[in-house]
Design a protein around this ligand. Structure first.
Ligand SMILES: O=C(O)CCC(=O)C(=O)O
Ligand SMILES: [Fe+2]
Length: 266
């Protein structure tokens, strides 16, 4: 348990060293408390709910979202095209919706440009610009079962999956539930073989591991409103059921080598 504790870190601001520790899996999870203050979080959540249409993941229909995750489009060519056709518009929509506040994704982009030697850029996949800035919405009905986010599995054979060497998840929590909504993380980068072996057999959970077949998580963290949390998304992770609304703005950050820009997508 001590080793796991050392793998979580709390900080006031993000540094290059912390990012590298996340990419290398020396840190399992990094938390920046009050990255956004409570008033900004309340204002942004309200604006987002009022101005942006909520949908549900096509392949995880219990999880609400605004914009679309690349993962949803991987086995549906129409959805795939829609994702790329709308990506710039969805980025702009979030920016406009947050104005005059900064959208959490724009805050991240500026921060990465300042701290990473080659800055950051929105990812492209075989020449098509991706979307970044998915708002994820969990209600009392929803949770995320144990899963991994690995671009090589979602977009095999593409230029992006060839160049991304490490992937971390970025989440800023604008609304958090009174109970539940914790992140569970396993200190375990499961192989594709492990995934097939321990896969959830229910249709709505094709992305997930079956909890009854895998060990308990190594870490349970309850995000507070305004927190920024980063973790290596190749590790198995999950979100426990929430007692009420939980809204986060999220994306992935891909490491493509020390001399390349970081790439961002949702
Ligand atoms: O909402 C969260 O806390 C984490 C969600 C997740 O699975 C991810 O960001 O990859
Ligand atoms: Fe995830």
């Amino acid at each position: 348990m001590n080793t796991i504790k050392m793998k979580t870190e709390v900080a006031n601001c993000l540094t290059t060293v912390q990012l590298k520790n996340l990419f290398n899996n020396n840190t399992l999870l990094l938390r920046l408390p009050e990255f956004f203050d409570p008033f900004s979080c309340a204002t942004l959540s309200q604006k987002i709910h009022q101005r942006m249409p909520l949908g549900f993941y096509e392949n995880a229909p219990k999880i609400g979202r605004i914009g679309k995750a690349f993962y949803e489009t991987i086995s549906n060519p129409d959805s795939h095209d829609e994702y790329f056709q709308n990506s710039s518009q969805w980025i702009e929509n979030l920016r406009k919706c947050c104005f005059p506040y900064i959208s959490p994704i724009d805050a991240l982009r500026v921060m990465l440009d300042d701290l990473w030697p080659k800055g950051s850029t929105v990812a492209s996949l075989d020449g098509r610009r991706m979307f970044v800035g998915l708002a994820r919405y969990f209600t009392s009905e929803s949770s995320a079962e144990p899963h991994q986010d690995i671009i090589q599995r979602d977009a095999p054979g593409t230029d992006l999956s060839a160049k991304v060497q490490r992937q971390i998840a970025f989440n800023v929590y604008l609304t958090t539930p009174e109970y539940g909504g914790e992140i569970e993380i396993w200190d375990w980068i499961a192989t594709q073989e492990d995934f097939y072996r321990f896969k959830d057999s229910r249709t709505d959970f094709a992305y997930a591991f079956d909890r009854t077949l895998i060990p308990e998580a190594d870490l349970l963290i309850k995000p507070n409103t305004g927190d920024l949390i980063l973790f290596n998304s190749n590790n198995v992770h999950a979100v426990t059921p929430s007692s009420d609304d939980r809204l986060s703005i999220s994306c992935f950050i891909g490491y493509c080598g020390d001399d390349s820009p970081l790439v961002l997508w949702s």
